[in-house]
Design a binder for this molecule. Sequence first.
Ligand SMILES: [Zn+2]
Length: 340
Amino acid sequence: MPSTPAPSPSTGAPRPPLPKAELHLHIEGTLEPELAFALAERNGVKLPYATQDELRRAYSFADLQSFLNLYYALMAVLRTEDDFADLADAYLARAEAQGVRHAEIFFDPQAHTARGVPIGTVIRGLARALDGAQETYGISTRLIMCFLRDESADSALETFEAARPYLDRITAVGLDSAEVGHPPSKFKEVYALAREAGLKCVAHAGEEGPPAYVWEALDVLGVDRIDHGVRSMEDERLVARLAADQVPLTLCPLSNVRLRVIDDLAAHPLPAMLDAGLLVTVNSDDPAYFGGYADDNFTAVRDALGLGEETLRTLARNSFRAAFLDEATRAKYLAEVDAH
Ligand SMILES: [Zn+2]
C-alpha cells in the first residue's frame, strides 16, 4: 500500500519521504506474493495457492494464528543463499523508496534450520545483499539475530553456538514470535552469552505480554531497546523508568492494528508515549503482511492521529537516535532530517 507523496509547495513535484531508520523489520515478513511465487518456481516448491491473487487474498488473515500459519507456510520457498539475498535485496529496494537511510534487520534462524536450511546459508545470503546496500540503495545496514521465544531456551543456546562463526556479521540478538507465556527471563543465559560476545541486545516485550515482561527485558536480559512495548503505558513506574533512561521503543502501528493489539489506529498510544517523554520510533514489523513499509506507517499515523510536521520529524530523529550507529554517522543522518 504505497503512499502518495505530498506535492512540495515550491515546485509541485512530489516531496521525497523523510529520511528515517527502520529498526523493527523481520526480513521474513517482507516476502511479497510475487517473490514467493518466483522462488517457489525456482526451487520446485508447491504453494497451496493457485495464483498470486489467491495468495494476496490469504494475506487478509483474520487473527495472529492465521497470520503465523501463512507466514511459516510461505517460508518453505526460502532454501538457498540466492533466495535470502533476493529477499533482502527486494526489501532494500522498497526501503529506499520509503526514505529509509539505515535498516536494522531481524532474521529468525530457527525458522530455517528447523526446515533443514543451514544457518550459514541464511546469514551468507542476507549478508551478500546487505554488503551491496550502501552502494546500490544508499542504505547502511545491521543484522539482528532473533530467537523464537516459543522454542526452548536450549534451542536458543544451540542457535547462538551455531552462529558463532558468523558473529562478525551480527550486531545484536533479539527475541520474537508468540509472547504470552514466554517471558524474557527464559532466555537469560543466551543473552548473557551474547553480551559477553560484545553484541547489543533487543527484545519484543509488552506487545501482547504484560508490562512485567518489559521490566524483565530491561533488568534480566539487559536490553538496549524494547521492540513494541506499547503495553508499558499500563505501568506508571515503568514509563518513568523508560523515560529516565531514554530506552528506545520500536513501535509498529499498522502491525498493532492488523494483529488487534490496538482496535483502531486513531486510538494508538503513540502521542501519549511522546508526551510522556518516551523515545519512540515508528517501524513496519512484517510489512508484506501488515499493509505497509516504513513511510506507509509514518503516513498512516500522521493521518489517523493528526500528527504535525514537527512531530513526524521528531519520530525520524528518534529513529536515528535509537539506532546502533557510530556518532559521526548518526550526526550525518540527523542533519539530513533537519535539512528535509
Ligand atoms: Zn516484530
